[in-house]
Design a protein around this ligand. Structure first.
Ligand code: HAM
Length: 422
């Protein structure tokens, strides 16, 4: 029997979970401050939702979904959060109660990709969606929130890439121009790109293969095709980003792996040495036709998602977590156990994090554990302390110790911890 975790799916032991929580809390702070509310949708949705929104011909739908039959219904573990959020928006008729809706979410997503560093089969995203605002000011503000979020995490040297795909018409014209340009050279493309030329030609721009890259270098640019409202929208985005002081790179070859995008597109790439070449930590864009494609009213929308595991990798050591424990309580002998348990409870009630050691070890053994936990103070109660009505406080880094009357121990610990912090 195989008792290992499923390939590409990871456990988060406490140190990893602490990092993940740090990222989620920073995200929550950023989004709530900007008026976003949290939405929680199911991890499982009907398969058709993803096929209709993400689109056939995309890697996600064609190759990566975890799909299964249950009660004759085809269900899929969500590969991303945008489709489920749009489904919930529509199902609860949110558009009838508010003209603009701002949601954020965090949770696990599933894609059967080839696992490697930063790419997993169960991974986590933090993401946000805005419904009911055509932009481009809204697009610029959303991108600036991402920049603030990364700054809050102290992830420096991340670069924002933006592009516009234009609306459905411009996208069609661009598709035609690209096919017209690539078809005469089709035999020089990789087999994968030759296949895409027929199914999803824009995705060829994303190819990392050298043969494809050489052809792509001279391919027509979507920016040459944008006109009218599409061009004005992109100019607006650039203007508002500049007004907000957000530095971006215009990447006219940026396309994304999901089919629902139109107009604004963006990705944030982390420093190369952290994740390997071109690792993308955030991806997003506008998808103004999704809600109506799902049967709802015409509703412009934009959003993004960030890969939590990739953000944690990008944090590197710069945000080494302070896993240390303020107080470690050592019980010496059976008679000290109950007073130590009570002391632990009282300290926690006073808001102080502490652990009680009631394993019956020698003081040396217990202090070894206090050191391993990087405790700032060890509180020791043994027979002698019980007789004298005191608790011994050991300052673990100053290597000092003193006895404090048991009835003033809480105040004394609070005071010492405050002193050490300042
Ligand atoms: P996406 O680009 O497919 O977009 O994913 C967003 C982010 O999720 C990626 O930039 C990456 O950090 C992370 N990610 C994706 N796949 C994996 C994986 N296999 N392992 C680890 N991390 C991964 C979306 O999902 C869209 N729903 C974003 C969006 C929201 N667009 C509009 N609204």
């Amino acid at each position: 029997m195989n008792l290992r975790a499923v390939k590409g799916m990871n456990d988060f032991l406490p140190a990893d979970a602490r990092q993940a929580r740090r990222v989620e809390e920073a995200f929550r702070r950023t989004m709530e401050r900007a008026g976003f509310g949290e939405v929680r949708t199911p991890i499982v949705e009907g398969t058709g939702l993803f096929v209709r929104t993400i689109g056939e011909g995309t890697d996600v739908v064609d190759k990566e979904m975890y799909t299964f039959l249950r009660h004759e219904e085809s269900l899929t573990l969500r590969p991303e959060g945008t489709a489920g959020a749009a489904r919930a928006y529509l199902e609860h008729k949110v558009h009838t109660t508010e003209p603009v809706t701002k949601w954020f979410y965090a949770g696990p997503m599933f894609r059967a990709e080839r696992p490697q560093r930063g790419r997993y089969r169960q991974f986590h995203q933090v993401g946000a969606e805005i419904y009911g605002d055509l932009g481009p000011a809204c697009d610029a503000e959303l991108i600036s929130l991402i920049v603030d979020f990364l700054a809050d995490l102290r992830i420096a040297d991340a670069v924002v890439h933006v592009n516009s795909l234009g609306g459905p018409e411009a996208r069609l014209r661009y598709r035609e121009a690209l096919v017209a340009y690539l078809t005469p050279h089709a035999e020089k493309l990789t087999p994968e790109s030759q296949r895409r030329l027929l199914t999803n030609p824009l995705r060829i721009l994303d190819s990392k293969a050298k043969a494809d890259q050489e052809l792509i270098a001279d391919a027509p640019r979507i920016s040459d095709i944008l006109d009218g409202d599409d061009a004005a929208h992109f100019q607006g985005l650039v203007k508002y980003l500049a007004a907000l002081g957000v530095d971006v790179v215009h990447d006219p070859l940026l396309v994304r792996g999901l089919d629902y995008y139109g107009r604004t597109l963006f990705e944030v790439k982390a420093a190369k040495d952290i994740l390997g070449a071109g690792a993308t930590v955030v991806g997003g864009g506008r998808y103004d036709t999704m809600v109506s494609d799902l049967g709802g009213p015409a509703t412009p929308a934009i959003g993004f998602a960030a890969g939590l595991e990739r953000l944690v990798l990008a944090l590197g050591d710069s945000n080494a977590t302070d896993a240390n424990l303020p107080v470690y309580i050592c019980a010496l002998g059976e008679a000290a156990i109950a007073p130590c348990l009570g002391l632990g409870r009282d300290l926690r009630r006073a808001g102080i994090t502490c652990e009680v050691d009631a394993r019956g070890l020698s003081l040396k053994g217990q202090l070894r554990r206090a050191n391993a936990r990087a405790a700032r103070l060890a509180l020791v109660i043994g027979e002698g302390e019980l007789e004298r009505g005191v608790v011994q406080i050991k300052d673990m880094s100053a290597h000092e110790h003193l006895d404090v009357p048991a009835d003033s121990i809480i105040a004394s610990v609070v005071e010492r911890l405050a002193q050490r912090q300042s």
